[in-house]
Design a protein around this ligand. Sequence first.
Ligand code: HPA
Length: 270
Amino acid sequence: MYKKLMACVESIREKTDFKPEVALILGSGLGDYADGIKVEAVVDYSDIEGFPVSTVAGHKGRFVFGYVGEVPVVIMQGRVHYYEGYPMSDVVLPTRLMGMLGAKKLFLTNAAGGMNESFKPGTFMMITDHITTAVPSPLIGPNVEELGCRFPDMSEVYSKRLRDVIRKSAEECGIEVREGVYVQLTGPNYETPAEIRMCRAWGGDAVGMSTACEAMAARHMGMEVCGISCITNLAAGISKVKLDHKEVQETADRVSAEFKKLVTQIIVNM
Ligand code: HPA
């Protein structure tokens, strides 16, 4: 795993020596955020030896290096999901790679289903904590000592400091940001109403198919992590209509201008 990771680092270093401070992973609907920044370099996933390439429609597959304000960033335009069939170690490889390239902070975004009854499609939820009990840990397997320790602490995955930054930035933008716990399931199917009741009883506010594994891998290697979910739909059983990817994308697109403004403000304040 570490050898593969180092080969990916080398592959990128052949193309650019850009050193990012912040790594940003874009979820559904935010895909074109990278088009609006000051771009310094672009590396397609398909040009990186051994790199897992996303197969989901609407997910581009490339790293964009550049500046948000004065902040050097690397943006993952299109993430890799567990449901695509990759092992968890491959799903989090891009996250680790961005850490190896120098990023000390990771900003995660995603589209998620709302389980908290006070959420609506279009609500932004700052992730305060997560539950990954239903998916394999990305840290299973021989521990890579170069990255982190065997039994890493997970008592503050989403940095308290960055949570304050998000609250302050939201206020500055005049955008309401709710807070809650994200539950990661495997997908690709949406949940049953009974599964949603279970996740709600566990203490979850939003449900999705990504993010928490990336947060875990990043914490393992000591990165500072934060995240925001865009609630694109009410979860199964709470929603009166059947779930489909089109609704997810439509909501994400509808609020994307606001989301981009918020993301920019947060990065500048980080
Ligand atoms: N469930 C799981 N993942 C999701 C959902 C959902 O309702 N909406 C967007 N991603």
